[in-house]
Design a protein around this ligand. Structure first.
Ligand code: ADP
Ligand code: ZN
Length: 689
């Protein structure tokens, strides 16, 4: 996909190495590495030391930093190409999905260039809340980093500035409004004059684009980095993939000569599931209990709802059901919001029930599921929201329940919105694309990626993260006749009323089709229509499913506050019987469960059950739990989220392989030199008992 070829050797920085190459930790066993990186690109062969070119020197150094500092055996996907390009002094634009590993793309070059005496890397980040944890993680790994923002005292600010001005600091995080102040720019001038301004990393670079919803005025002023500090390499990073945004970034940040690296936007470890809404709460509960809970508790996850009220009600209800949940929405007091966010990041196994106000910049790596109780606005939003699951590369779920009412609701919000007609048309188009994804019979992943212009193969069905449709292809039925009955009934409503006022919603239509004599039916004399009782062979649930799919396919439209059904251009062909309709079959046992999966599978995979991050036997599981308890204590002492100390994957691997000495422990992915020194002995002691 991307065009991230190897960078040209940069002569200017060639022989300036100030430190000897450190040897990489050898990975403990090949399986260990595969597990951690499952689903990502195949291992690259290590660069060979025999070619003394500048490029291979850089590659070697980058590799050594990756394993020594971060404890990872290999780069993922395009990381290596990006790191080499930037370390060599080139500009780059990196488009990588959430969880793709953008941070290492600038952290490794920052360390590398600092070791070569090139000074400080300035990271521009819009998210003040995140800086603290990122800096904490770097310091844990032994990298001297700091942030400047409004939460610091004057004293701390001065201390950080001193560290920066001395060039000792490797990475400095700052918000854009700080970076563009005259005072800060003057400090950068001084660093620049002394050759100690190494690199600019501009995170969340899509904030510069007015197309996106995250637009920030302050980002526009960042072009000063180019005009004032010519020659200092710049790296812009974003997870927003569309063309318009990309063009905006290049233009506004003057990155015309930057190399562009585009990663695949597939999230291979996320399992997509979309279920028909019946009793959404019961369905959610079943999903959580079957797939994300065990005796030790529930996984950490996010449940998205549309309204503030529903957020509060759902959180309260989950707590009643014994699942620890916190509400989050823009109507809550700022302080409470911050507290809830903090708890979600720091504690284990909490469920955040939230409106879309929650999520931007949440980089908690072990969010195991994202559930939607209401339909998102469009596919972009769905992708972004579900993308918050599984940043650590371990199995995670994206689960959504949706029904006819959601469709009607979303349409109404568009119709009633203040936007002009052209904008509304675009929004309706985007909603339709989402509905088509929800109603799809085929691979969800393929559809999702196709929406972003990427071609892909259907999920491999023996693969545990395969989407619901690939794991168990949905049954379809020939619904042509049923659809004609429904559409002609709507047509008769209009005729009976003499045109304009004959508009009714789904509930009434289904009553007429099924021959249910209600007051409303009597009042309008609809029991005299030729379509009266014509659809008694289908249940109400089945009729709802038919109507929803007709809407999704554009053969029917729902309008206005009450979701009245109206015929469309696309209805005609169906009425004439020119379009055979094969629709998804509704499972009759909806009330008993979301579609049961696994039973029909031939791969021998267990049906349901919370997948452990890494398969562990009971003894290892016990060791894993005690390592987690130990990690919680360390995290509390350091006032950092637990994952900053070690990821689950690293702890699980320790528990599984039970390393006997420091060397073996250091070979586990995620255990860098500093952490080995700080915690190694203690972990070995824990593993012995
Ligand atoms: P992004 O910012 O793109 O969403 P992050 O930089 O937060 O992603 O990385 C996501 C996760 O992947 C982090 O937990 C990180 O430690 C891990 N990761 C990144 N690169 C590697 C790698 N080469 N090997 C193993 N883990 C990695
Ligand atoms: Zn699939």
């Amino acid at each position: 996909m991307g065009e991230g070829g190897p960078p040209a050797a940069a002569a200017s920085i060639a022989p300036l190495m100030t430190d000897p190459l450190t040897t990489a930790h050898a990975p403990s066993s090949p399986e260990a590495d595969e597990r951690v990186d499952a689903g990502f690109d195949p291992p690259r062969s290590a660069p060979r030391a025999s070619e003394p070119s500048a490029t291979s020197m850089l590659a070697l150094q980058a590799q050594s930093i990756l394993s020594e500092v971060f404890g990872y055996p290999r780069f993922r996907g395009q990381q290596q190409a990006v790191v080499e390009a930037v370390a060599a002094g080139g500009d780059a634009l990196v488009l990588m999905p959430t969880g793709g590993g953008k941070s290492l793309c600038y952290q490794v070059p920052a360390i590398l260039r600092h070791r070569r005496g090139q000074g400080v890397t300035v990271v521009v980040s819009p998210l003040i809340a995140l800086m603290h944890d990122q800096v904490g993680a770097l310091e844990e790994a032994g990298v001297h980093a700091a942030f400047l923002n409004s939460t610091l005292s004057l004293e701390d600010t001065q201390r950080v500035e001193r560290e920066m001005m001395s060039g000792r600091l490797v990475l400095l995080y700052a918000a854009p409004e700080r970076v563009t102040t005259p005072r800060f720019l003057a400090q950068l001038d001084s660093l620049h004059e002394r050759g100690l301004l190494s690199l600019f990393a501009i995170d969340e670079a899509h904030c510069v684009s007015q197309w996106g919803h995250d637009f920030r005025e302050d980002y526009l002023a960042l072009d000063v980095l180019h005009t004032r500090f010519a020659g200092v390499p710049r790296l812009a990073l974003t997870a927003t993939a569309d063309d318009a945004t990309r063009r905006d970034i290049v233009e506004r940040l003057q990155l015309e000569s930057a190399q562009t690296f585009i990663a695949s936007f597939d999230r291979p470890n996320i399992r997509y599931q979309i279920v028909e809404k019946d009793n959404a709460r019961a369905q959610l509960l079943r999903f959580l209990r079957d797939e994300h809970a065990d005796a030790s508790g529930t996984d950490a996850g996010i449940v998205y709802c549309q309204s503030r009220k529903k957020v509060e009600e759902t959180a309260a209800w989950l707590n009643d059901e014994g699942i620890a949940a916190l509400p989050y929405h823009a109507g809550l007091d700022a302080d409470l919001r911050r507290r809830h966010q903090d708890r979600f990041l720091r504690e284990e196994g909490l469920v955040m029930v939230a409106t879309i106000a929650f999520g931007m910049g949440i980089d908690k790596p072990d969010v195991r599921f994202v559930a939607h109780l209401d339909l998102p606005k469009n596919i972009e939003a769905y992708y972004q929201e579900t993308g918050r699951a599984g940043r650590d590369g371990l199995p995670a779920s994206a689960w959504m329940a949706y029904g006819l009412a959601d469709v009607v609701n979303q349409r109404r919000m568009i119709d009633d919105g203040p936007a002009d007609e052209e904008f509304k048309r675009a929004q309706r188009g985007k909603l339709d694309a989402l509905l088509a994804l929800a109603e799809a019979h085929d691979c969800r992943r393929v559809r999702l990626l196709a929406y972003f212009g990427e071609t892909s193969e259907p999920c491999n069905t023996v693969w545990q993260h395969a989407c619901d449709n690939c794991r168990q292809p949905p049954a379809t039925w020939n619904a042509t006749e049923a659809a004609r009955k429904a559409l002609s009934c709507i047509y008769r409503f209009q005729q009976a009323a003499g045109g304009s006022s004959g508009r009714f919603g789904a509930g009434h239509l289904i009553d007429v089709l099924r021959g249910k004599l209600t007051d409303k039916v009597r009042q309008h004399g609809h029991d005299t229509l030729s379509t009266w009782g014509l659809g008694a062979d289908l249940s109400e649930t089945q009729w709802r499913s038919v109507l929803r799919q007709l809407i999704a396919l554009g053969h029917l439209a729902a309008e206005g506050e009450y979701g009245t059904l109206v015929l469309t251009e696309g209805s005609r062909a169906v009425l004439r019987g020119e379009v055979p309709l094969h629709l998804r079959q509704v499972s009759d046992n909806l009330s008993r469960g979301s579609r049961r999966e696994g039973r029909a599978s031939s791969s021998g995979r267990a049906a349901g059950g919370k997948p452990p991050p890494i398969a562990l036997d009971p003894d290892a599981l016990e060791r894993f739990q005690s390592l987690k308890a130990w990690r919680s204590e360390v995290a509390r002492e350091h006032n950092l989220p637990a994952y900053v100390v070690f990821h689950d994957a690293a702890l699980a691997e320790m528990a599984r392989s039970r390393p006997q000495g420091l060397d073996a422990l250091g070979g586990i992915p995620g255990v860098g030199a500093k952490k080995l020194e700080a915690y190694g002995e203690e972990i070995l002691r824990l593993l012995r008992t």
